[in-house]
Every structure is written in structure tokens, then in C-alpha cells.
Design a protein around this ligand. Structure first.
Ligand code: COA
Length: 256
């Protein structure tokens, strides 16, 4: 499935996958999930692809799931989201992320499934799942505590506040923080280095790094989706999503 909001380009054996919907801060629609899933699955099987570079537009990496889709078509979103997530978890080629501007919701959790992650100094991360009346996704309920310990994972998920690139590095979410203008070139240079490595050793090594947790992560993704899709229809999420659409602050004071 294709959409102009996901741009792919294969050059020098590096497949670039770009979130390209700048007027909506690269919010991910179901069509974008499906197009990205096709791109990651294609990268896994295409011998011409040795590495993937995942990026956004200059002023925004990704503002997370399209909140209008969450409000209007939760079940369809669940199917597309699941397909996208599995395609990344199963991707046999190394994935490098170049992150500048906001990286929110799935814009942060997608990084848990990349191999090398480079962020700009001004990048702001956020996992506002609780804030909008839903719960963590993309295996993050398993992977965040495993990566950074429970207190740090709880801080990021339960408070749901924006956090800096420096904190993302301290907590182990990104490899390096660079001046914003240098992020893309550096990430591409790293992807080119990966693409120059012996391909079979690369695939085997990535497989081994992921093999021990891959099936568990996919199981967790399914459990999380089974929670968050029904939560989208609950009053807390309806209040949060309605408030976003109406550009007002949500009011959760009436909920028990
Ligand atoms: N879904 C749908 N539309 C979104 C969106 C999203 N996740 N994020 C941004 N947009 C839209 C805005 O509604 C706005 O559309 P409009 O111009 O038609 O009004 C446009 O993108 C620009 O967003 P705006 O909020 O004006 O830009 P900003 O630079 O002030 O802030 C963000 C950028 C990303 C910090 C802010 O838009 C935001 O917090 N978005 C929601 C993030 C979120 O909660 N994601 C879901 C996580 S599960």
C-alpha cells in the first residue's frame, strides 16, 4: 500500500524510509503504517538493501499516531499498527534512526526497534499514552523497564512528560546526541558503514541480538493492542482526544 506520506529511497544499498506529512507533524495514519510495513518487509527480503535509515522531516520526526484516526477508527488502526510493528520487529536488516524535532508516542517507541539512534540536541521525546487515556504500545511495557529500570520507565510512561535528548541518552534510548543540522548526515554515514559490512554476518548478528526476545516482544505487542484499542472508546480517551481536536486542556476530574 502506498501513500505520499511515506517516502522511500534506495541509494548505495541504504533504504531511507521517511515520515513525510509535515503539515500534521508527521502524525501516522493507517495508510502510513501500512506503507511503512511494506517498506520494512521489503527491506528484509530485498538483497539490494543492506541497511535502513528511518527519519522524518527537518522540524519533526513524528508526532505519534494520528489522533483523528484514534478517535474515528480504532479497530482499523489496531490492525495497521500491529502489521507495522511486526514488520519492524522482524526486520532482518539493521535500522538507523535520524531524529530531529518532536518524537512523540510511537515516534519514541519506534526507536526501541531501531539499532542505532541519533538525535538532535533540540529533539523532544514524549510517551503521552496515559495522558490521552490509553496505555503503552510497541512492546514498550516490556522493553522500557528492561532497558532503563522500572523507576525511569515509570517516570517516562506514567508522568508522560516531554523529555530532552540529553535525558534520552542518559536513559539509553539513543546512541548519541548531535547538533540538529548534523544528525541526518551522521546517521546516513553510520548506515553506509553498516551497509559495507559483510551482509550474512550482519544478518546473523542482528538476528542473534534480537532472537532471545523477539517472540516475547511480539506477544507483548499483541497484549498491548488488546488493551489500547478498547481503551480508545472509553470516556477518558474520548475526553483527551476530543480536547486535542478542540484545542483545549482535557479535564479528567470527573473520572473515578
Ligand atoms: N495527530 C493528528 N494531528 C496532529 C498530531 C497527531 N498526533 N500532532 C499534530 N497534529 C496536527 C495538529 O492538529 C495541527 O493541525 P492543524 O494545523 O490542522 O490545526 C498540526 O498538526 C500542527 O500541530 P501543532 O500542535 O500546531 O504544532 P506544534 O509545533 O505546536 O506542536 C506537537 C507539535 C507534535 C508537540 C503537538 O502537535 C502535539 O503534541 N501533538 C500530539 C502528540 C500526541 O499526543 N500524539 C499521540 C501520542 S500516543
Amino acid at each position: 500500500m502506498s501513500t505520499e506520506h511515506i517516502v522511500t529511497e534506495l541509494q548505495d544499498r541504504v533504504l531511507t524510509i521517511r515520515f513525510n506529512r509535515p503539515d500534521k507533524k508527521n502524525a501516522v495514519s493507517s495508510a502510513m503504517y501500512n506503507a511503512s510495513a511494506d517498506a520494512f518487509s521489503g527491506a528484509s527480503t530485498n538483497p539490494e538493501v543492506r541497511a535502513v535509515l528511518l527519519t522524518g522531516t527537518d522540524d519533526c520526526f513524528c508526532s505519534g499516531n494520528d489522533l483523528g484516526d484514534f478517535l474515528n477508527s480504532g479497530d482499523a488502526v489496531g490492525a495497521a499498527v500491529g502489521r507495522f510493528m511486526r514488520s519492524m520487529v522482524d526486520c532482518s536488516k539493521p535500522i538507523v534512526a535520524a531524529v530531529t524535532g518532536p518524537a512523540i508516542g510511537v515516534g519514541t517507541t519506534v526507536l526501541l526497534h531501531c539499532d542505532l539512534i541519533y538525535a538532535g540536541e533540540k529533539t523532544r521525546f514524549q510517551m503521552p499514552f496515559v495522558n490521552i487515556g490509553i496505555c503503552p504500545e510497541f512492546g514498550s511495557s516490556l522493553m522500557l523497564p528492561a532497558m532503563m529500570g522500572h523507576p525511569r520507565a515509570a517516570e517516562l510512561v506514567l508522568l508522560g512528560e516531554m523529555f530532552s535528548a540529553a535525558k534520552a541518552r542518559e536513559y539509553g534510548l539513543v546512541n548519541d546526541v548531535l547538533p540538529d543540522a548534523e544528525v541526518h548526515a551522521h546517521a546516513r554515514a553510520q548506515a553506509l558503514k553498516l551497509a559495507a559490512q559483510p551482509p550474512q554476518a550482519m544478518r546473523t548478528s542482528k538476528d542473534l541480538l534480537k532472537r532471545w526476545t523477539r517472540e516475547r516482544v511480539k506477544e507483548v505487542i499483541g497484549v498491548e493492542i488488546n488493551h489500547f484499542v478498547p481503551m480508545l472508546k472509553q470516556p477518558e480517551a474520548l475526553e483527551a482526544l476530543g480536547a486535542f481536536m478542540q484545542k483545549r486542556k482535557p479535564d479528567f476530574s470527573k473520572f473515578e
